[in-house]
Ligand binder design. Structure first.
Ligand code: GAL
Length: 823
């Protein structure tokens, strides 16, 4: 095999190795040592992302191994060519799709395989290619895959050449026919690609299924079903062992089946073991075990495979709602699309992790993968960080929502795609709910029933441990998807006014708010008065021109779509009743596309609690005050207005009885939340100076916040989220750029153009400012600030050292920040 292919140990095995070293001094017998771990590493899963050639546009015969692609661009995957393009309303994706280009693209990669590897089996795994991909090896087509979100594998073995002869993989990606998605999809091989080398006898693709049917404080029964392929010529006798390790690398349970006859097909072996005194997985303490599967013959390991294991039990109750490990909790979730803002759809683990960290900070404990199979890394992170995932597979079935969408492939592909989705994701402890579809048009006709039954049948044939739901539009019992009787949880999108009637309308049913809210906001923009609620646009299918001329939306929580609600409206109902087991806000982050209520030149959404660049809007702190125990006092808006203007000042707070507001030292009164209030407000004539809020509990000060009238922009401040990152070619440092006055206060309307220069082994992966109408490219080295802020994302190269980022802007004092890249 090509020497340049780096062999990767999975995260958890690396983790175990580190821990083994740490605990080595007093290691008990059952802790794995490094050589044992190495002996068990027979399977090789290699990162296959490096050194691809790429050409944008169609090419005749580019699948031909002799095709000359030497003039093509060289790049590393994951790659999204759409995000590199220019915004235009003429792109066929439309503003709904983010107004970025689609098209056809080709990727090629050459590699060699050692003679010594003759007899091994090689698979190529694509985590996701958007969309309509076809893959060839050495000119042989391996298959096509229309669904751009699904993960898939091809067997390379029969077509491989060995020794010095080159093998050529070619991938054609066709995202030309648009619209095919209701949001930004990205284009290309935008998720990771892996090369897996195994012996002919090996655990099948997604070949384990681990469940915990009985869990108590004292013990957990773990059942493991393992599928093993025997691709050799002869049946043979093997042993199959499954071992459970805890996070320290200590073995906590093991089961071996001896004398297993493996036929020359797929074989299934069922085993059971017990973990004593299990540490339970929860959102606060997401304790992860790992299950190592070993296939052995005569004492030699012929394959090893790893599956995550989180031991937890949960229930949805008609009256009491959701409990995790016996404890009541509400699922406080957000829906997110898959784009990563300025990085587009190209997956990056650190970018996903940052999104989840920001959500954790707000008190979010649930994620809905709206409306498609996510990148595997998202689920791995949710396992590790403690999120409850509603894993959703389809946004449409047979009836289309946009002209060229997946409905065209439905008949041929839905069964395979759904099976692959469940098989891939069913071992993740973070996955709690399967959603078989979002706002499916068939719900209004009779077809909803048979298709829902078929899909639920497929899901249940592969996993019976999680409830099935669907995001229904119509919360009425005549809905044909509801009528199918297959929904374990009845899921509504929106209709918060109907939540309280649920027990009457759906007697004996369990509830989940699959999608809520659709409130709208532009970060840092405020229209007065703040207490009149606007429903924009008036109708979803009519052009809307009555909003603000500059296509902003006020960030007081008082603008929503007519089908949705403000953040407070839904949360007020939701928090009242236990039977309302949880909710998923539309959306955690702004995303590319769907710029409701506006059209072009708006090109990204206003729905996020956090903007596209990752900067929280004010409503973030309402949730934080309600969803976390951390003390919150958030006062807004900014304090730069025309003298005499009447300004509404809001405060979100918790852990306190009241808040007193002062302007230039003079008290404007003390306010407290009454009844079901979620904020307090003062309406005051503006005078420049300092607004100060003080929250108190029992007369004792809890928190103090100040908002100051600022002077003109004077300098740039850079704040890196991490100053130490890995020199692994992937890691990121997200640097917030603040435009501040002489005193260091962020200037609320500052829009200075900032240029960036990088010295050292990193490059700019993207820039942004969160403004929904910005036409500036994401892949460049400058960005205008928007409402005082911008973002620059630095990506590590593969050499350790120091990186210096300098930001300059005409008339402003410049600033630098140094980031260290570690081996
Ligand atoms: C919902 C839909 C989402 C998104 C949202 C915007 O109806 O499920 O995908 O379009 O509306 O409000």
């Amino acid at each position: 095999m090509n020497k340049s292919i780096e062999r990767v140990l999975t995260y958890s095995s690396k983790f175990a190795l580190i821990l083994i070293a740490l605990v080595g001094a007093y290691a008990c017998k059952s802790v794995l040592n490094t050589s044992e771990e190495e002996k068990m590493q027979v399977r090789e899963k290699s990162d296959f992302n490096k050194g691809w050639s790429f050409h944008l546009g169609d090419q005749q015969n580019a699948q031909d191994p002799n095709f000359n692609s030497s003039q093509w661009r060289t790049l590393n995957l994951p790659h999204d060519w759409s995000i590199e393009g220019e915004f235009s309303e003429k792109h066929p994706a439309g503003t709904g799709g983010g107004a970025l280009p689609g098209g056809i693209g080709w990727y090629r990669k050459a590699f060699t395989v050692d003679e010594a590897d003759k007899g091994k089996v090689f698979y190529i795994d694509f985590d996701g290619v958007y969309s309509n991909s076809e893959v060839w090896i050495n000119g042989q087509s391996l298959g096509k895959r229309p669904n751009g979100y699904i993960s898939f594998r091809y067997d390379l073995t029969p077509h491989l050449k060995y020794g010095n002869e080159q093998n050529v993989i070619a991938v054609k990606v066709d995202n030309a026919q648009q619209p095919n998605s209701r949001w930004y999809s990205g284009s290309g091989i935008y998720r990771n690609v892996w090369l897996t080398k195994v012996n002919p006898v090996h655990v099948a693709h997604w070949g384990t299924y681990v469940t915990t049917p009985e869990v108590s404080e004292q013990s957990a029964k773990v059942t493991i079903s393992t599928k093993v392929n025997n691709r050799g010529q002869q049946p043979g006798t093997y042993s199959l062992t499954n071992i459970v390790y805890d996070t320290t690398g200590a073995e906590v349970a093991r089961v071996t089946s001896e004398d297993v006859q493996l036929q020359s097909v797929e074989n299934e072996i069922n085993q059971e073991l017990t973990v004593n005194n299990p540490k339970l997985w929860s959102v606060e303490d997401p304790y992860l075990y790992r299950v190592v599967t070993l296939v052995e013959q005569k004492g030699e390991v012929v394959d090893n495979y790893e599956t995550p294991l989180g031991i937890r039990y949960f229930n949805f109750d008609v009256e009491k709602g959701f409990t995790l490990n016996g404890k009541p909790m509400k699922i406080l979730g957000v829906c997110n699309h898959h784009d990563l803002g300025a990085l587009g759809a190209a997956i990056n683990t650190r970018a996903l992790e940052r999104q989840l960290e920001i959500m954790k900070g707000m008190g979010v404990n649930g994620i809905r993968t709206a409306h498609n199979p996510p990148a595997p890394e998202l689920l791995e992170l949710c396992d590790k960080m403690g999120f409850i995932v509603m894993d959703e597979v389809f946004d449409m079935w047979k009836k289309s929502k946009s002209k060229y969408d997946y409905s065209l492939a439905w008949d041929e592909w839905h069964e395979q795609d759904l099976k692959d989705f469940i098989r891939r994701d069913r071992n993740h402890p973070s996955v709690f709910i399967w959603s078989i579809g979002n706002e499916i048009p068939e719900q209004w006709g009779l077809e909803g029933t048979p298709i829902a039954k078929e899909l639920a049948g497929i899901v249940k044939s592969l996993d019976r441990t999680r409830p099935i739901t669907a995001g229904l539009n119509e919360p009425y019992p005549h809905n044909s998807i509801y009528q199918s009787g297959v929904l374990d949880l009845v899921g509504f999108n929106y209709h918060h006014q109907d939540f309280e009637k649920f027990p009457e309308t759906f007697p004996g049913q369990k509830f989940i708010a699959t999608e809520t809210t659709s409130a709208l906001a532009t970060r840092g923009h405020y229209d007065m008065p703040s207490d009149s609620i606007r429903r924009w646009p008036y109708k979803w299918d009519e052009p809307f021109t009555d909003g603000n001329k500059d296509l902003t939306v006020s960030a007081y929580d008082n603008v929503s779509t007519p089908w949705g609600s403000t953040h407070e409206e839904t949360w007020k109902v939701m928090k009242k009743h236990d039977f309302l087991s949880g909710m998923f806000i539309w959306t955690g982050f702004d995303y590319l596309g769907e710029p409701t209520p506006y059209g072009w030149p708006a090109r990204s959404s206003y729905f996020g609690v956090v903007d596209l660049a990752g900067f929280p809007k004010d409503a973030y702190y309402m949730y934080k005050s309600e969803w976390t125990d951390e003390p919150v006092l958030h006062v807004f808006p900014h304090w730069n207005w025309e003298p005499g203007k009447t300004v509404d000042v809001w405060a979100y707070y918790n852990n306190a009885d009241e808040v007193e507001l002062f302007l230039n030292g003079k008290s404007l009164g003390t306010k407290k939340k009454e009844g079901n209030d979620l904020h307090v407000m003062w309406r005051i004539p503006y005078q420049p100076g300092t607004l100060k809020a003080v929250s108190r509990k029992g007369g004792q000060e809890v928190l103090t916040r100040e908002v100051k009238t600022t002077g003109a922009p004077a300098k740039i401040v850079l704040e890196a989220d991490r100053r130490n990152i890995n020199a692994d070619g992937k890691d990121l440092s997200f640097v917030t750029v603040k435009i501040v006055d002489k005193e260091g206060n962020v200037v609320p309307k500052a829009d200075n153009l900032v240029r960036f220069n990088v010295e050292g082994n990193a490059f700019i992966a993207g820039v942004d400012n969160g403004l929904q109408t910005s036409m500036e490219p994401f892949k460049t080295n400058q960005r205008a600030a928007f409402n005082g802020l911008a973002l620059v994302i630095l990506q590590a190269k593969e050499e350790a050292g120091e990186v210096k980022l300098t930001a300059t802007s005409k008339g402003l004092e410049s600033e630098s920040v140094t980031i260290t890249l570690k081996e």
